[in-house]
Design a protein around this ligand. Sequence first.
Ligand code: GLY
Ligand code: MN
Ligand code: MN
Length: 441
Amino acid sequence: MQTADTELFPAHLATVAARTSRALEEAGYDALVLHSGGLRMVDFDDYPYPFKAHAAFKLWAPLTDTPDCFIHFRPGERPVLLFNSPRDYWHKPAPLPAGSWTANFDLRPVATLEAARAQLPRQGRVAFIGDAEGFADWGFAAVNPRDLMLRLDYGRARKTPYEIGCLREANRLGARAHEAARQAFHAGESEYGIALAFMTAVSAREQELPYNPIVALNAGGAVLHYQVLERTPPPERLSLLIDAGVASAGYPSDITRTHACADADFAALVARMDDAQQALCAGVRAGVDWRDLHLTAHRLVAELLHDAGIITVDAEAAVDTGLSSVFLPHGLGHLLGLQVHDVGGTLASPEGGEIPRPEGHPYLRLTRVLEEGFVVTMEPGLYFIDSLLAAAKQNDRHARHIDWARIAQFAPYGGIRIEDNLAVTATGCENLTRDAFAALG
Ligand code: GLY
Ligand code: MN
Ligand code: MN
């Protein structure tokens, strides 16, 4: 199990420091201050919303649950970590971190924001990155300057070996939790019961997961970001679409599985989607334009729809006319890293600029050519979405090419998504998710 206490961490930090030094110089700053984030209190009350540490801060230090910490970095110097150690009898202050990774920092406890402010640098042009609120009058040369952030975001796509280790561990935990969820589904649990099984398997509370788990039974699978957790099982158990991940040292997994229950036709559709997803994974390697893979996915899903008798035109025509987007209305995948939808997926260069999405595919989050060290999700889907099908029924171009009896047959199953996390290599990719499931035995 990898934590930040690994020999990989110093090399990771050295890479981050080198990238940051270059970006600071190019953008015209002398030093950088990163803030872990502040607690947001509920209006008129004294308890906070769940805390999410700022991703730019987590890149440097694996601290995910402590607000109001700061990192100060000046190129050529050891980074300073100001750790929030308040005197507070209402809450239990976090203990000063003690892992071997802390040896890379000048670690200092600070009891208040004022004390932190007093220890932050003043010489030269200092840039600040973090939640902007509350820092306007701290004397920084710039707060979240775009020219600096673009450069850092662009570089974040290439993960260090340490980061890939964290993502591998997040997948190991994710696979374990998904297996518990699958068993809970077959045992007849509700959506809520399945979510509890997922979290219990890895001792996580919901706010510690990288995103709220999507646990959709039956037709709920057609809602892409289904957010309900029904407390009672439906009268008939048809399908489960579960999109859920676990975090390790601040790095998430983002895994989806679709399970069929006793219907041979739907199970065959899931199996075909699994084959298509694996074929797409086989096409991942450095040098591939993700937009091409996205369009290949549309062709594969359209072939599947045609072979299953759901549409009556061939795949080429279905993609060209936009019919495939009725069933697959989201992007094929995205960068995965400190954020589930990691930054910089459409950046043309470290200076900015946007690589356009293919026409008719507005939700694609990744348009870059893959490089060694990128970690991406591969998540083709196929859904029976009421609103999109209703629009297609009114559309002369589409309505006559859809077998509406087949739609009525499959709609109660919601949809299918299969999502793995892939670390791109020069010649292919490491499938962090499949490897993790295989290791479960
Ligand atoms: N879990 C959200 C996504 O797959 O992108
Ligand atoms: Mn997902
Ligand atoms: Mn995803």
